[in-house]
Unconditional design. Structure first.
Length: 263
């Protein structure tokens, strides 16, 4: 079995693969202050609740965008699972060409999204990841990562607004029936959901033109479900795209671990 972990600023998503099959996944809150023992014991417990044995793991692949927890994760993997984890490092241990000004600045999360979508759906494409930030990751027809855009995440935007506006308050982020809100709650919901969909559609339209048209638009990330039925440009949601990408990258780096075929 292969353990994959996508460590983000807000959430950490963990998955267990047996061959190409994703057996189970969990979405957890990221906590920078956790120790290697806390990480290790918690993941061990998650595995055992599904009848899985830590000793059956043959490898670990991690995408981490939180530098302060890097050493903690490394120590956890070796102490609790007996493996040195494969950490994705764009421009170092990756092969998808990075046709950008500073390849080393590309986040591992963005690289994994682009790599996985290219392998599974084929270029050209735009992957939109709805997380703490919303990232737009573009791959051209030559299978080169050519950059994209970073926007404040949907929830992040609303939190910032509520924090700065004394008379506004947190509301449930759901799609209102109409764009014209009739009260404070539906005004905020309309601005958040329909307004954000406008941001997504507008950026994708410009990116499509720059890519020469025909790029597929794939959405992923924790907040994708809030936007997918509102933004007109999104063709498909792939909830486990990054976990699949980590599996593919691990298998490519460790040929004896299995096939790198996509489906």
């Amino acid at each position: 079995m292969l353990l994959v972990a996508d460590v983000g600023n807000t959430n950490t998503k963990i998955g267990i693969f047996e061959g190409r099959r994703l057996l189970v996944s969990w979405r957890l809150t990221s906590r920078r202050e956790q120790t290697s023992d806390e990480y290790g014991l918690f993941i061990e417990t998650l595995l055992r609740t599904r009848g899985l044995r830590p000793a059956d793991l043959h490898g670990i692949a991690i995408s981490n965008v939180v530098p302060p927890v890097q050493q903690t994760l490394e120590a956890m993997c070796e102490k609790y699972f007996g493996h040195a984890a494969f950490f994705v490092e764009p421009g170092v241990n990756t092969r998808l060409p990075l046709a950008v000004d500073a390849p080393r600045e590309v986040g591992p999360d963005r690289y994994v999204d682009a790599f996985a979508a290219t392998a599974i759906y084929g270029p050209p494409l735009i992957v939109i990841d709805f997380g703490t930030a919303t990232t737009f990751n573009c791959v051209n027809a030559r299978s080169e990562f050519v950059g994209g855009a970073i926007a404040p995440g949907l929830a992040t935007s609303v939190d910032a607004l509520v924090a700065r506006a004394a008379r506004l308050y947190r509301v449930e982020l759901v799609r209102p029936k109409e764009a014209i809100g009739r009260n404070t709650v539906t005004n905020l919901q309309s601005g958040a959901i329909y307004g954000y969909a406008g941001l997504v559609d507008g950026l994708v339209e410009r990116m499509q033109a720059e890519l020469g048209g025909g790029a597929k638009v794939i959405a992923t990330g924790g907040n994708a479900g809030l936007i997918v039925e509102v933004a007109r440009c999104i063709e498909r949601v792939d909830e486990h795209l990054r976990l699949e990408g980590l599996r593919l990258l691990y298998e490519e780096a460790h040929p004896g671990a299995g096939s790198v075929d996509t489906r």
